[in-house]
Design a protein around this ligand. Structure first.
Ligand SMILES: C[S@@+](CC[C@H](N)C(=O)[O-])C[C@H]1O[C@@H](n2cnc3c(N)ncnc32)[C@H](O)[C@@H]1O
Length: 420
């Protein structure tokens, strides 16, 4: 039987997939080979790859003085992982030996063992002190430039600090929020989510098996709250998987139809509903072909997901912004189709987990031009801060907001009202 590669070797493989092949981490880890790995190894490789990607700029800066030219990507990634570990408390002997072993195990890179050994020994000497003085890693230019144009340089630097700090774990309680906070040792946030700064294994937390909560960032939990009382209403959750908003709607007493194009992601909605003891009508299909009549709609449209970089540090490195203009066109088509499904007098919340205004504020401004009878309802929800309100009447959330509490995902949301 072939030996299972070490967690570090798997980490280097993952880094190659993201930085060389442009694949997202969850995609790169979806194949049968990954699923066959012991869960602890898989989790360790995922965590280390995320750590290196979150700190990539720092890893490269501590390596640079010791490299005469950029090594091949595979070797570079071995060095990046070694630099990260050495600069964050890893024992030099073990880290360097393992890096040399990984490079030596591949015939194409065997000859670089000596270089890797020498570079990492130098990093072990001067890296940790250098590391602590380096600024938080900057976003790549493809994303940084448009964000600076939209929000200004200082807010983007604050967002980068939030990305570097990472994200706490937020839970949405099914019913009794205070009980969930007490049982899990979390803090009840003003918007109704429960926040755990140090979580550990999610499925081992109190209340998981009983389905008393689900994992959902505090920002992602707000769009459904903006819809107000949905008791007894027929509500369509248009892009539903994995089901965070479907569960909120069902727990609030709505008659929910959960629609998503992806059968595999829909299976997760079914699993989540079963665990939480909630129910919804499950429909796998394309939003643009869906028919029906609904009192309210949640449109959590597919987007660049640039608001989730705290939890997905691979995202800005795997992509270069390709596909965003297609997503913007799809979001607009989805808004138009959704309005046709909404009963007169109905309300619809549009939202995206994006930091790019073209996927948020601009979508709503343009929808109001295409549909002049449409209005925006003033956003209201417990804990909603006035500073989050945007000019056109929506809500803009950013990762640098609530910095003292541990941040939040970047999100945009607005509630549209169709005349009666
Ligand atoms: C942002 S995610 C939704 C997250 C979900 N609302 C939640 O809170 O858990 C966007 C979803 O849109 C789905 N999607 C993309 N294109 C679609 C289409 N044409 N019709 C239906 N669903 C689509 C994707 O499969 C993905 O699950």
């Amino acid at each position: 039987m072939a030996a299972i590669p070490s967690a570090r070797a798997q980490t280097v493989h993952l880094l190659g997939q993201v930085l060389g092949q442009g694949r997202g981490m969850s995609d790169a880890m979806s194949g049968p080979a990954w699923r066959a790995l012991p869960p602890a190894d898989r989790a360790a490789a995922q965590r280390m790859a995320q750590d290196v990607l979150r700190t990539l700029d720092k890893c490269d800066r501590v390596l640079k003085p010791h490299l005469r030219k950029a090594p091949p990507l595979f070797v570079h990634n071995v060095l990046r992982l070694g630099a990260f570990e050495l600069c964050t408390g890893g024992a030099a002997h073990g880290v360097v030996n393992e890096a040399v072993r990984i490079v030596g195990a591949d015939r194409k890179t065997q000859t670089m063992k000596g270089m890797v050994n020498a570079v990492l020994r130098k990093v072990a000497e001067d890296g940790p002190e250098h590391w602590d003085k380096l600024r938080a890693p900057r976003l790549p230019r493809w994303l940084r430039d448009p964000l600076v144009a939209a929000w200004g340089a200082r807010p983007v630097t604050a967002m980068e600090a939030a990305h570097y700090a990472g994200a706490p774990l937020d839970l949405t309680p099914r019913d009794d929020a205070q009980r969930v906070a007490t049982a899990t040792g979390g803090v009840l946030l003003p918007t109704g989510s429960v926040r755990l700064m140090q979580a550990g294994q999610v499925s081992a937390l109190p209340g998981f098996d009983a389905g008393e909560w689900w994992v959902q960032d505090a920002a992602a939990a707000l769009p459904v709250r903006l819809l107000g009382d949905v008791t007894g209403l027929r509500v369509l959750d248009m892009c539903a998987a994995p089901g965070g908003k479907t569960m909120q709607l069902a727990a609030a007493g709505a008659d929910v139809t959960a629609l998503d194009i992806s059968a595999s992601r829909m299976a997760r909605v079914t699993e989540n509903l079963a665990r939480t003891g909630l129910s919804a009508n499950i429909v796998t299909g394309n939003v643009l072909e869906h028919e029906g009549r609904y009192d309210a709609i949640v449109l959590d449209a597919p987007c660049s997901a640039t608001g989730t970089i705290r939890r997905h540090p691979d995202l800005p490195h795997a992509r270069q912004g390709e596909g965003i203009s297609e997503l913007i066109a799809l979001q607009a088509a989805m808004i138009d189709h959704a309005l046709g499904l909404l009963a007169p007098g109905g309300r619809m919340v549009f939202c995206t987990c994006s930091l790019i205004p073209d996927e948020g504020e601009c979508q709503i401004e343009e929808a109001l031009v295409r549909h002049p009878d449409l209005t925006i309802l003033p956003a209201q929800a417990p804990g909603l801060e006035n500073a989050w309100r945007s000019d056109e009447g929506g809500v803009r959330l950013r990762p640098d907001f609530w910095a003292e509490r541990g941040g939040m995902d970047g999100f945009y949301m607005a509630v549209l009202h169709k005349p009666g």
